[in-house]
Design a protein around this ligand. Structure first.
Ligand SMILES: [Zn+2]
Length: 168
């Protein structure tokens, strides 16, 4: 997978917003993302700095900062159910050897709780899997014209398939 060098200056500049997730959800044009899922409580959208094709973030609409303590048991259950639905749709839509789920973030830059959902394609050498595959400091993918929209279309189509296991 060819990657472009990660531009930390752009990332730091974008991180100056109070919260990039809330900025996106509030329609700030400086923080555009392609939405995959939105049930009014949780939203999934394509990562703006993907290291794997179709990599997405799943967030609660409510601004919360701590992945366990800021969510009730019920909220956390619904949150993980959405993460699971998006992950199932992603692996239905993209060639996937292993599906990665993880919650990261930084109190200095991106505090809003989010899960990363990323599909590792088949055939990636072991030394380039796991953290190496997810580390944006190893470079990020730049989607070609229409490529992100096409990935989003495939993932959202899988989310909407009536007989898909992604629909409870
Ligand atoms: Zn926020």
């Amino acid at each position: 997978m060819e990657r472009d060098a990660f531009d930390m200056t752009v990332y730091v500049e974008l991180s100056k917003a109070e919260c990039f997730v809330c900025a996106f959800l509030n329609g700030d044009p400086d923080y555009p993302h392609i939405t995959l899922f939105d049930d009014g409580e949780f939203v999934a959208f394509l990562n703006r700095f993907p290291t794997l094709p179709g990599q997405a973030l799943v967030v609660p609409r409510r601004h919360v900062e701590h992945v366990l303590t800021d969510l009730t048991d019920d909220e956390y259950g619904r949150f993980l159910a959405v993460v699971r639905r998006v992950g199932l749709a992603m692996q239905a839509a993209l060639p996937t050897e292993r599906l990665y789920l993880l919650s990261l973030g930084s109190m200095q830059a991106n505090r809003h709780v989010h899960f990363h959902v990323a599909a590792l394609p088949p055939g990636v050498p072991l030394a380039q899997q796991q953290y190496q595959a997810l580390d944006m400091y190893n470079g990020v993918l730049t989607y070609g014209p229409g490529e992100a929209q096409e990935l989003a279309r495939r993932i959202t189509a899988a989310l909407r398939t009536p007989d898909s296991p992604v629909v409870p």
